[in-house]
Design a protein around this ligand. Structure first.
Ligand code: FMN
Length: 321
């Protein structure tokens, strides 16, 4: 019974945090932090439409109108126009208009009063990336595979000093992580400071035997402000989990070792960590990653995997009735 009460208390804690910090039930017209996510979602919708090989004129009008409305609100609130979501929306709209012009479709009516968006047209970045098959050589693809397969959880580190620049390079690479509607809620909080590492690790169950020698620590989080519906209640953990994996691969690419550290934490632990180190209130904590220089020879647990068939099966339709 006691265990059930703990489960309920932990769920209620998560529920309260989601209700307080997510955009669910909030007015995006009033809260800038929620507006940015709406703008990104609308801009992403336009970009996505532009990335299909088949062009359908006036496709995605709802998204375009949403983007324009959110941009007006963005300006009215005096938010910076060099914000990534704002620029992405502007560039997508510029691209959308240009594509229509190329096809001889007049959509000027959509932009009445918004002509100022096209004054900087020359500066607009492309809303589309082109990825060519064959752009990675066989050797590069093999190196990618080898890099991925060589990642292991490293719990012993070399002792040369690390710099904030190294951490910035790792996190920059990990920004290639995909996220729902490109909302990019994931965040990484790092420290190379012994006292801060100890303060954080004191609340984590899983670093005994090596935590005291960890030279660097990342706390991976995901802001809840970008989620709007009850169905998105667990999305922070999906996007944050993907970001964590990218961080570990990026650490490998930068010749650093890393070990994920679980944050399967009770609400009391979660509150205690927040009391000990600077994690913004609106962010859900996903996990920590201990990291540091690779020693010349690192020992890692074998971590044997099961047979492939344990993980992989063909999805089939259920026969009804
Ligand atoms: C979300 C997550 C949490 C983890 N937490 C811990 C932890 O608290 N302590 C630890 O020593 N290892 C932790 N690990 C590392 C796993 O033990 C390790 O990934 C697993 O044994 C597979 O080994 P490999 O990472 O070397 O392939 C964690 C891994 C993940 C993915």
């Amino acid at each position: 019974m006691k265990q059930h009460a703990i489960l309920l208390a932990d769920y209620l804690y998560d529920l309260r945090r989601f209700a307080r910090h997510s955009a669910f039930g909030k007015d995006p017209e009033r809260e800038a932090r929620h507006l940015q996510a709406r703008l990104m979602i609308a801009a992403h919708g336009i970009e996505k439409g532009l990335s299909f090989a088949r062009f359908e004129p006036r496709r995605g009008l709802g998204k375009l109108r949403n983007a324009l409305a959110h941009m007006r609100r963005h300006r009215a609130l005096g938010l910076p126009e060099d914000d990534a979501a704002y620029l992405m929306a502007r560039d997508a709209i510029v691209h959308y208009r240009r594509k229509h012009a190329e096809q001889g479709v007049d959509i000027a009516d959509l932009f009445e009063g918004e002509e100022h968006l096209f004054e900087m047209e020359g500066e607009a970045a492309s809303s589309i990336r082109t990825l060519e098959r064959g752009s990675l050589t066989d050797a590069e693809r093999e190196a990618l595979r080898k890099g991925m397969l060589s990642r292991a959880s490293i719990r012993e580190f070399g002792d040369e000093p690390m710099t904030a620049e190294q951490v910035r390079a790792v996190v920059t690479d990990a920004l290639s992580t995909p996220s729902v509607c490109n909302r990019q809620g994931f965040r990484a909080h790092y420290t190379l400071d012994r006292a801060v590492i100890d303060a954080a690790l004191a609340h984590q169950n899983g670093n005994s035997g090596f935590g005291a020698r960890v030279p660097g620590l990342l706390v991976v989080t995901c802001t809840q402000t970008i989620f709007r519906t009850p169905a998105e209640r667990n999305q922070a953990f999906v996007d944050g989990g993907l970001f964590s994996m990218s961080l570990m691969l990026a650490l490998t690419a930068h010749e650093l070792g890393g070990c994920p550290l679980n944050w399967s934490a009770s609400h009391r632990q979660d509150m205690a960590l927040r009391g000990a180190v600077s994690i913004p209130e609106d962010e859900a904590i996903i996990m920590m990653i201990a990291f540091g220089p690779l020693p010349d020879v690192a020992l890692a647990a074998g971590s044997r995997r099961y047979d492939l068939d344990t993980y992989l099966s063909e999805l089939t339709r259920r026969e009804r009735g």
